[in-house]
Every structure is written in C-alpha cells, then in structure tokens.
Write a protein that binds this ligand. Structure first.
Ligand SMILES: NC(=O)c1ccc[n+]([C@@H]2O[C@H](COP(=O)([O-])OP(=O)(O)OC[C@H]3O[C@@H](n4cnc5c(N)ncnc54)[C@H](O)[C@@H]3O)[C@@H](O)[C@H]2O)c1
Length: 297
C-alpha cells in the first residue's frame, strides 16, 4: 500500500489530537472516518473543526467550496467496525493506555482489509508493544503528530521491530500529503526524538521547582526570555494537558520503579484535583482571566 493509493482513512479517538488529524485527512482530499466511543465527543470534534476551518475561509485562505468539500469527506461514527471496514490506513489516537490501545488494535485488525496500515499516535508507547495484538506487525508503526495537529507541522514516523520499509514509507508519504513535515526514526525508543529532548528540559524544570530554587513562573520566564522558547515548560504542560505528562510518567514509573521517574508532586496534586491545564481552565496557571495567573499547590 503506497500513500498515494490511500483512499479511505480511519481515525479512532476524537479528542484533542484525533479530531484534528482526521481534519487533516479530509483537507488532503481523503475520505476520512472519525471514530470515538463517545457520540458527544464526536459532535464536539466536528463542531470545533468547523470553527477552525471557518477561520481559514474568513481569512481568505480557503474557499467556501473547499471547506464544504472537506466536511463532505469527513464522517463521524461511534461504531468502530463501520469506521474501519474498507479503510486503507488507520491512525489511532485514543487515550494513552496500553491496554485500551491493544484492545482497539485487536478490533482494527479484525475489521480492516489485510493491506491496511495501522498507526498509533501514542506519545510514549512504542508500536511493537501494540503490534503484537495484531496479525500484521509489519504494517504497524508510530505516527506521532504534535498538538495542535492543524498547526504543528512535525510528524515523527517510527519503525517498530517488525515495521516494514513500505509501511514507514507510506506513513511518511501520508504525512506529506496532509501538509506535514515527517521525520523518520529507524528504531523505536520511548519518547522518540522531541519528547526525549523535551523531557530532559521538563525534568530539570520540576527538579528546580521541587528543590525550591525558583517558582514555576520564573522557570517559565527563564526559558522564554533566555532560550527564546515560545512557552516555558509549565505553560507548555498546561497547553498539552497535565494528564498526558502524568499518565506517561506513571507508565514509565510502573516499568522502572525508580523514584525519580514518578510524577513530580507539583504535577500529581494538580492532576488529582482535576486541574489538567488549559482544557479544564486551570493547571499551573488559572485561565479564567487574561493574562492567566499563577496558582498555588
Ligand atoms: N495532547 C497532546 O499534546 C498529544 C500529542 C501527541 C500525541 N498524543 C497522543 O494522542 C492520543 C490521544 O491524546 P488526546 O490528547 O487527543 O487525548 P483526549 O483525552 O483529548 O482524547 C482521547 C479520546 O479517546 C476516546 N477514547 C477512549 N477510549 C476509546 C476507545 N476504546 N475507542 C475510541 N475512542 C476512545 C475518548 O473518548 C477521547 O475522546 C494519546 O495516545 C496521546 O498520548 C497527545
């Protein structure tokens, strides 16, 4: 299967990531089916996409007809078998839990045609851990988009232990068709490229915070003004969702058992309170007013 032959794309998980990845597919001219277990989430996903794309039309970057065409190609369903049947390529973007992802892949393996490629958008799980739930490990890979996918150009395509050259190539070409810039990792390792580099920075930021060296606000200021980063590490964590970083750290901690891999206290207290960052209106910062204000533990 080469990416130019991909006519039908299935995206499962219609949250922050999957909703926009599906939109990229529809904008690229591909028949795209968006799936989620929650019908309400599907409604929100399509409505939010409409707002984003309407803005492009309002700015003259796209015509009304182009927008209408893209939304004709985008269908939403809470029936995974219906979404996956006949799909040439699937991108999975469900919650970051290995057991859930393996169950979804098992079902995808049953429902998709034999030639279909199954990619996971997981941030930290490697495709080999998921591929063994299928009968086609050579057609499974990581395809890691960045938030928000409609804006962020990078996609990390990662070959797992059994991923074939042609699978990786198809994922690279699909990403390019979606107007993204893919990079290829020839071997898998947790965190891929960007998150490994980011984790080194964020871990140091939490270490400095937990050691009482500086406030999180000043650590953010230091990174923005001294390194020219557009957002500091705590602002970025709020933007991505604190639960994403927390769950990833829990997964790593469960594997290694090393205390330094456990979620830092400042992160854990917020996640336990349900303060998950921008999406809940509060994380390290409170977003109920502009500019956002810093919060206490
Ligand atoms: N948020 C980010 O910055 C980011 C960036 C890159 C990759 N990712 C990865 O993308 C994936 C999704 O992250 P998100 O931020 O969109 O999460 P999210 O919580 O916004 O969305 C997850 C969606 O999955 C749905 N879901 C749960 N179980 C399901 C199932 N069995 N079948 C179908 N849908 C199911 C939920 O209803 C929800 O709508 C995760 O693997 C995450 O690691 C996230």
């Amino acid at each position: 299967m080469s990416a130019s032959e991909i006519q039908t794309l299935c995206v499962t998980g219609a949250g922050q990531m999957g909703s926009q990845i599906a939109m990229l597919g529809a904008l690229a001219g591909i028949e795209t089916r968006l799936h989620d277990i929650s019908p309400e989430q599907l409604e929100t996903a399509v409505a939010t996409n409409r707002k984003h794309i309407q803005r492009r039309v309002d700015k003259g970057k796209m015509t009304d007809d182009e927008m209408a065409g893209a939304f004709e190609r985008l269908t939403a369903t809470s029936d995974l078998t219906a979404a996956a049947t006949g799909a040439d390529f699937v991108i999975e973007a469900v919650v970051e839990r290995l057991d859930v992802k393996r169950a979804v892949f098992e079902e995808l393996d049953r429902a998709t045609p034999e030639h279909a490629i199954l990619a996971t958008n997981s941030s930290y799980l490697m495709s080999s851990e998921i591929a063994s739930a299928t009968q086609r490990p050579d057609r499974v890979c990581n395809m890691h988009f960045f938030f928000p996918p409609l804006v962020m150009k990078l996609v990390e395509v990662v070959k797992g232990e059994a991923t074939s050259e042609s699978t990786a190539e198809a994922a690279m070409t699909l990403a390019r068709r979606m107007g993204r810039h893919p990079v290829l990792l020839h071997k898998e390792l947790p965190g891929f490229l960007v998150n490994r580099i980011l984790r080194a920075i964020v871990n140091e930021a939490y270490h400095l915070l937990d050691s009482g060296v500086a406030s999180f606000e000043d650590i953010d200021n230091a990174c923005r003004l001294g390194l020219n980063h557009p957002l500091g590490p705590f602002q970025l964590s709020d933007f991505s969702g604190l639960d994403i970083g927390y769950n990833a750290r829990q997964e790593i901690f469960a594997r290694t058992g090393r205390p330094e891999d456990a979620p830092p206290r400042a992160l854990a207290v917020r996640v336990e309170r349900g303060d998950l960052g921008r999406k809940t209106g509060r994380g390290f910062y409170d977003y109920s007013s502009e500019p956002p204000t810093s919060t206490e533990d």
